[in-house]
Design a protein around this ligand. Structure first.
Ligand SMILES: NC(=O)c1ccc[n+]([C@@H]2O[C@H](COP(=O)([O-])OP(=O)(O)OC[C@H]3O[C@@H](n4cnc5c(N)ncnc54)[C@H](OP(=O)(O)O)[C@@H]3O)[C@@H](O)[C@H]2O)c1
Length: 273
C-alpha cells in the first residue's frame, strides 16, 4: 500500500519539503507520497485526527505547531524533550512518536567541515524556535559561551535561561551592540528571519574576522546579505540550505529506516532556488 507522509504548518504553500521528499521516493523507486497540509493554529488537534484517519505514516511539523504538537504525542525521543519542540512525527498505528531533527540538521554541516565546536564562543542572533534547537546543538558539542542577541530582549533572556539549564555559559548583548563585538566570536549564527528574500542584515559585519564561521540558517535566498558581507570579510560560510537538507534527510531516515539519497535530495532542493 502507498505510504503517505506530510508536512503540516501555516502557511505551507511555499514549503520545499514535498519536493525534497518526493524526489527521494522517485529516486529510490519507493511507493510513497509526501503532501503539504495546511493546519491553522487553532485547528491542530482536529488536523492531527484527520491525518490519523487517512493512515498517515509520518509527518513533519513547521511554524506554528512545533511546540504545541508536543502535547499530542504519545512518545517523544530525548532530543525532542530537550528542545521542547518536535519537527518529525512517526505514526505507528495511531501511536505518535516525536523527534527533533533540527539539532542534528544544524550540526551536520559543521561536522561535514570537521569544525570542532568545543569551547568555542558563539554569537547567536535570534531567540525563536530554531534558536532553541541551536542552543541544544551547541550544548551537545560542549561549546564555550553563547551570547544571545534578539530584537525582543525578554525572549533572549528566556533562551539564556534554557542555555544555563543545559550547563552552557550564556549572556546577553543588545542587538545594536552585536556587530561591535562580533570579532570576539568563532561562530556567528543568524537564527532570525532577517535576510529572508534578500532583505536586511541582522548585524553589522565590519568587525567579523576571517577566521570566524558565519552560519545563516535563512535559506531563501542562498546568498543572504549576511552571507555576502561575511564572505567579503573572508569568513567561512555555512548556508541555511545545508541545514534544511540535513534535517530533511534525518526525517526521511526516521520515516523509512533506510539511508536518504543525498545527491537526489540536494539537486531537487537547489533546483528550487
Ligand atoms: N535552514 C533551516 O533548516 C531552518 C530551520 C528552521 C528555521 N529556519 C529559518 O530560521 C528563521 C527563524 O525561524 P524560527 O522557527 O526560529 O522562527 P520564530 O520562532 O518565529 O523566530 C523568529 C526570530 O526572528 C526574529 N525576527 C523576526 N523578524 C525580525 C526583524 N525584523 N528584526 C529582527 N529580528 C527579527 C525574532 O525576533 P523577536 O523575538 O523579536 O520576534 C525571532 O528571534 C526563519 O527564517 C526560518 O525559515 C531555517
Amino acid at each position: 500500500m502507498t505510504k503517505t507522509y506530510a508536512v503540516i504548518g501555516d502557511p505551507i504553500d511555499h514549503s520545499l519539503s514535498p519536493a525534497i521528499h518526493n524526489s527521494a521516493y522517485l529516486f529510490l523507486g519507493l511507493d510513497c507520497i509526501y503532501i503539504a497540509y495546511r493546519i491553522p493554529s487553532r485547528e491542530l488537534e482536529f488536523g492531527i485526527e484527520s491525518l490519523k484517519k487517512i493512515g498517515i505514516s509520518g509527518f513533519n511539523v513547521t511554524i506554528p505547531h512545533k511546540v504545541d504538537m508536543m502535547q499530542l504525542l504519545n512518545e517523544a525521543d530525548e532530543e525532542c524533550i530537550l528542545v521542547g519542540a518536535t519537527n518529525t512525527v512517526l505514526n505507528n498505528d495511531g501511536n505518535l512518536k516525536g523527534y527533533n531533527t533540527d539539532v542534528d540538521g544544524f550540526l551536520d554541516p559543521i561536522r561535514k567541515r570537521k569544525i570542532d565546536c568545543r569551547d568555542s564562543d558563539v554569537l547567536l542572533i535570534g531567540a525563536g524556535g530554531a534558536a532553541r534547537a541551536i542552543v541544544a546543538a551547541f550544548s551537545r558539542e560542549k561549546a564555550g559561551k553563547i551570547t544571545v542577541t534578539n530584537r525582543t530582549e525578554e525572549r533572549a533572556h528566556s533562551l539564556i535561561r534554557f542555555a544555563h539549564k543545559l550547563g552552557l555559559q550564556s549572556d546577553y548583548t543588545d542587538l545594536k551592540n552585536a556587530g561591535e563585538i562580533a570579532g570576539n566570536y568563532k561562530f556567528i549564527v543568524n537564527a532570525t528571519s532577517v535576510g529572508l528574500k534578500g532583505v536586511g542584515c541582522p548585524i553589522s559585519t565590519r568587525n567579523i574576522k576571517k577566521d570566524a564561521i558565519v552560519y545563516d540558517i535563512v535559506y531563501m535566498p542562498v546568498e543572504t546579505p549576511l552571507i555576502e558581507e561575511s564572505k567579503n570579510q573572508g569568513a567561512t560560510i555555512i548556508y541555511g540550505w545545508e541545514m534544511l537538507l540535513a534535517q530533511a534527510m534525518k526525517s526521511f531516515e526516521i520515516f523509512l529506516k533506510i539511508p536518504a539519497p543525498y545527491e537526489a535530495m540536494k539537486l531537487t532542493l537547489l533546483g528550487r532556488f
